[in-house]
Design a protein around this ligand. Structure first.
Ligand SMILES: C[C@@](CO)(OP(=O)(O)O)[C@H](O)COP(=O)(O)OP(=O)(O)OC[C@H]1O[C@@H](n2ccc(N)nc2=O)[C@H](O)[C@@H]1O
Ligand SMILES: Nc1ncnc2c1ncn2[C@@H]1O[C@H](COP(=O)(O)OP(=O)(O)O)[C@@H](O)[C@H]1O
Length: 283
């Protein structure tokens, strides 16, 4: 059967870090983490069309990201370079996720690109090979290729599946950008949280170790947590700036979103059991 030449309207889902502990530091300065990553059913959208001339093009503008720097373009070129593939692609990216929000948008866009083009180009990499390649683009990319909720360790490369019940969330963007590097380089960051065992994750006390630093430097993040906490326990995801709360139903999520102060943006989101492109790769 002829290989398809297009894939349209592919989801690049957001993620939440249900908790995030900093448990140490590598010799190169990168921090060793433990985290529960959860996929959401909401995210960016991408479409792909194969080109025979080998060019990789992003069609349309993405505010603040030059074409050559875009993680979707970098992901496509990395896949070409590492497999010797001579095909190219036109890629349309429609952003819905706030950038630098701790929702993993750029990493998820890269993962969706690797999954889609590995299929369309017939480059035949397995899931673990794609995860290893993805790590070169960003620490969260392997998780999105893994494609299901995970207990994540190292800087993002050690993944174990987590079985979590379906849930509704409210995600709130305080409309500030929190640079990941600034939070990790803070003198005040807790870097020695006692490592958890995966079995203790559900029963133990967890937090986001980056939250205290982000709240001190960006009071808008603290204000967003305080506002959301009136409705349900609220926490920051990743290095911020977005915050989230688990709620009981779609209706409750909608009610909270509808009452969000006008200076912020909020969305209802549901957990997602599996990445919609997970079936495209073996392993
Ligand atoms: C904190 C997390 C958790 O999901 O998420 P986000 O908030 O970005 O979604 C990630 O580990 C973010 O990883 P990644 O997306 O690769 O981080 P980058 O923006 O490349 O990191 C910017 C800088 O932060 C520092 N950094 C990053 C990750 C890490 N584990 N230790 C670090 O010390 C490094 O100095 C790095 O150069
Ligand atoms: N396709 C993309 N989408 C979002 N950000 C991108 C993309 N390509 C490159 N970037 C760069 O990556 C940075 C981090 O983006 P993002 O992944 O949204 O943050 P986070 O990991 O905090 O959710 C952005 O500020 C932007 O400069």
């Amino acid at each position: 059967m002829a290989r398809p030449r297009t894939l349209g309207n592919c989801l690049a889902p957001a993620k939440l870090n249900l908790f995030l502990h900093v448990v140490g530091r590598r010799a190169d300065g990168y921090h060793l983490l433990q985290s529960a990553f959860r996929l959401l059913d909401w995210g960016d959208r991408l479409s792909f069309s194969v080109r025979d001339d080998g060019l990789v093009r992003r069609l349309g503008e993405v505010s603040g990201v030059a074409e050559a720097d875009d993680l979707v373009v970098r992901a496509a070129r990395l896949l070409q370079a590492s497999t010797g593939c001579t095909l190219g692609a036109d890629i349309t990216l429609t952003k819905h996720l706030p950038m630098g929000g701790g929702l993993g948008g750029g990493s998820s866009d890269a993962a969706t690109t690797l999954l889609a083009l590995n299929h369309l180009w017939g480059t035949g990499l397995g899931r673990e090979q794609l995860q290893t390649l993805g790590l070169r683009l960003g620490a969260d990319v392997p998780f999105f290729i893994f494609g299901r909720d995970a207990f994540v360790e190292g800087i993002g490369e050690r993944l174990q599946p987590l079985a979590l019940p379906p849930r509704w969330y409210v995600v709130l963007s305080p409309q500030v950008s929190v640079p990941t590097a600034e939070i990790f380089s803070s003198q005040d960051l807790t870097r020695n949280t006692e490592p958890l065992k995966i079995a203790d994750f559900a029963t133990g006390t967890t937090r986001n170790d980056l939250q205290a630093v982000a709240c001190r430097r960006y009071p808008e993040v603290a204000a967003a947590i305080d506002w959301l906490a009136q409705h349900a326990p609220a926490r920051m995801t990743g290095s911020g700036a977005c915050v989230f709360a688990q709620v009981g139903s779609a209706d409750e999520a909608q009610r909270i979103v509808a009452s969000c102060p006008p200076q912020w943006q909020a969305w209802p989101a549901r957990s997602l059991a599996q990445h919609p492109l997970a079936h495209l790769v073996e392993g």
